[in-house]
Write a protein of this length. Structure first.
Ligand SMILES: Nc1ncnc2c1ncn2[C@@H]1O[C@H](COP(=O)(O)OP(=O)(O)O)[C@@H](O)[C@H]1O
Ligand SMILES: [Mg+2]
Length: 239
C-alpha cells in the first residue's frame, strides 16, 4: 500500500512556480530522501503533505486520505524547516503540552522519556526561547516524534546539530522501523544514512528517483555520490 502519494501537484506563489507537476509515491514503511538544491520545492512539498498548504492543482493523499484530515494529523509527525516551539514555555512544558494535545495517556511521563532520549535533561526547565539553536532543534525533533508517528516528514532535520547529536538523531530515527519516512535534505550523506530511496527534484519536478544503490551505480568507480547528483541536476538522468 502507498502511504504517501502526490500526483501532478502544482503550487505557485505569485508568479513563482514552486511545484510544477510533481508526482511520486512512497510505500508504507518506505524510507525516502527528498533531495534537491535550494529552491527546488522540498519544503513546499512537505508543507503540502503536512496539510499546511493546499496545492493549486493535483492530488495528494496520505494513506489514501486528505492531508488536512484529522485522521492524518493523528498519525503524522512533521518537523518544519525552522521549527519554533513555544518560546516562553520550558522544554518540559513544550513537550508535555504537545503530548496533552496529542491525547497521550501520561503527558508528563512521555515528555520526560523524550527529554532523556534526546539528552535534554540539563535544559528541561529552560525556556525554549533561551536555548541554543542546536538544542532548539533537538526539542523540535522530540516534539515531532513524541506520539510515535506512523508517517514522519522531516525538513532538513540535522540542521544546527553537532556531529554526536546528528548520530544520536540518526539512531533514534532508525528505531522507527515500520514508520514511513520522508526526509528533505540537500546533504547527500544525510540521505544515505537515513533513507534507502532517493527522489531528486529540481524546479518543482522529479528529475530522478530510485534506490540509493542505483544512484551510486550511476557513477564511476569511487565517484562521490554528491558528484553523481550534481551531474543528474545539471545534465539530466540519462547520463
Ligand atoms: N511563501 C512563499 N512565498 C513566495 N515564494 C515562496 C514561498 N515559499 C516558497 N517559495 C518559493 O518557492 C520555491 C521553492 O521553495 P522551497 O519549497 O522552500 O524550496 P527548498 O525547500 O527546496 O529550498 C522557491 O523559489 C521559493 O522562493
Ligand atoms: Mg527548504
Amino acid at each position: 500500500m502507498e502511504c504517501i502519494e502526490l500526483e501532478n501537484v502544482v503550487k505557485k506563489f505569485g508568479n513563482v512556480t514552486a511545484l510544477d507537476g510533481l508526482s511520486f509515491s512512497i510505500p508504507c514503511g518506505g524510507k525516502y530522501a527528498l533531495i534537491g538544491p535550494n529552491g527546488a520545492g522540498k519544503s513546499t512539498t512537505l508543507k503540502i503533505l503536512a496539510g499546511l498548504l493546499t496545492p493549486d492543482l493535483g492530488n495528494v493523499k496520505i494513506k489514501g486520505m486528505s492531508p488536512t484530515s484529522k485522521e492524518v494529523k493523528k498519525i503524522l509527525g512533521y518537523l518544519p524547516e525552522d521549527a519554533m516551539p513555544y518560546r516562553v514555555l520550558t522544554v518540559l512544558e513544550n513537550l508535555e503540552y504537545i503530548a496533552s494535545l496529542r491525547g497521550l495517556p501520561n503527558p508528563r511521563q512521555r515528555a520526560l522519556e523524550m527529554i532523556y532520549l534526546l539528552n535534554l535533561k540539563e535544559y528541561m526547565y529552560t525556556e525554549a526561547g533561551k536555548l541554543s539553536r542546536g538544542n532548539l532543534q533537538k526539542l523540535s525533533i522530540a516534539m515531532t516524534l513524541l506520539h510515535n508517528p506512523e508517517i514522519i516528514l522531516l525538513d532538513e532535520p540535522l540542521n544546527y546539530l553537532d556531529i554526536p547529536t546528528q548520530e544520536l538523531v540518526i539512531s533514534i530515527l532508525k528505531n522507527f522501523v515500520t514508520s514511513t519516512l520522508l526526509v528533505s535534505t540537500h546533504i547527500m550523506s544525510i540521505a544515505t544514512r537515513l533513507a534507502t530511496n532517493a527522489i531528486i527534484i529540481n524546479h518543482g519536478r522529479v528529475i530522478w528517483s530510485g534506490t540509493i544503490e542505483e544512484l551510486r551505480k550511476m557513477g564511476n568507480e569511487n565517484e562521490p555520490i554528491e558528484s553523481i547528483v550534481a551531474r543528474i541536476l545539471t545534465k539530466g538522468p540519462q547520463i
